[in-house]
Structures are given as C-alpha cells and as structure tokens.
Design a binder for this molecule. Structure first.
Ligand code: NI
Length: 174
C-alpha cells in the first residue's frame, strides 16, 4: 500500500464525471487499498478516486466515529443510489479536497446503494446516519459535485476564491 497525494480545490479534475470501472482487477484493488490508507492517514471518513487524480467510479468509506472501535472499511465500485428517503438530515460536512472548510448540508437521511465490492461481487446496502451522508457526498464526487456546491453562491464563491488565491501564491517564485 502507498499513500497518494490528495487533489485540492481548485484543481479542475474535481469537476470531472468519473468513468465506470469495467473489471475489478488487482490494479483496481491496489488503488482501493492505497485510497484507504490515504484516507486513514489524512484522516478522513471517505475518499473518491478522483480525489487522488484518477477519475474512476471508486470510493472508500469508513464512517466509524469512535476511535476505539475497530476499523470497518467499505469499498464501493460503480456505486449507485437506488433509493433515497424523503426525510432529510443536516450534517456539518467537510472534504479532504477542501481542507478546513465545514458547513451544513441537508441530504436524504437514508439511502440504498448498489455497488460491486472489492471482490467484484454485487452488493446492496441500506445506509443511515453519518454513513448515508458520507455515501452521498462520495458519489457526488464521482459526478463532479462538491459539498460546497450546495451552499449559497456567496459562500461557495468565497471558498473557491480563497483556494484559487492560495494555489496562485504557491506557484509564485520565492
Ligand atoms: Ni469530499
């Protein structure tokens, strides 16, 4: 396993629609393992492949919140939401590609997600609580959508401006 570099705003790759994975090969599993290690190292609770610069429909999640609980990684290949509850819930979200920005986003409180697991087996899972929010946030990444896209335009523009400025400054010679 190896740590990968996490792509940050305003990298345009984050707006890409990721393409489906055609076969669950050892290379795909290796990438998933690298993504998981990168996510734990960050630390975060979810990571999409596009966030390490690879626009493929791959997600890793471990939404276990208590530090003393055992790890419970979920690998999602080509995930699709097949059902969403009408009831919504608000969580304060953040994103490893938008460090230190947090804001409330309302999403369906429960979803069903269909996907292939790490072995390429078809699975369906009913998600609620933090996991439901996390699954939706990560699947959004596969469609080029960021959580800041749900904020008011004013708030979103402020975040994009801040990160664009920081990126420009880091490119300037010292
Ligand atoms: Ni994110």
């Amino acid at each position: 396993m190896a740590l990968r570099e996490i792509v940050k705003l305003p990298d345009p790759i984050l707006k890409t629609v990721s393409s489906p994975v055609e076969a669950v090969t050892d290379d795909v599993r290796k990438l998933l393992d690298d993504m998981l290690e990168t996510m734990y190292d960050a630390p975060g609770i979810g990571l999409a492949a596009v966030q390490v610069g690879i626009p493929k429909r791959l997600v890793v999640i471990d939404a276990v919140r208590e530090e003393d609980e055992p790890r419970d990684p979920i690998f999602l290949i080509n995930p699709e939401i097949t059902w969403s509850s009408e009831e919504t819930v608000e969580y304060e979200e953040g994103c490893l590609s938008i460090p230190e920005v947090y804001d409330n986003v309302a999403r369906p409180a429960e979803v069903k997600v269909r996907y292939l697991d790490r072995d390429g087996e078809p699975c369906e899972r009913h998600c609620d609580g933090l996991l439901a929010t996390c699954v939706q946030h990560e699947i959004d990444h596969l469609n080029g959508i960021l959580f800041i896209d749900y904020l008011t335009r004013l708030k979103r523009d402020r975040v994009v401006k801040k990160f664009s400025k920081a990126a420009r400054q880091s490119k300037e010679p010292v």
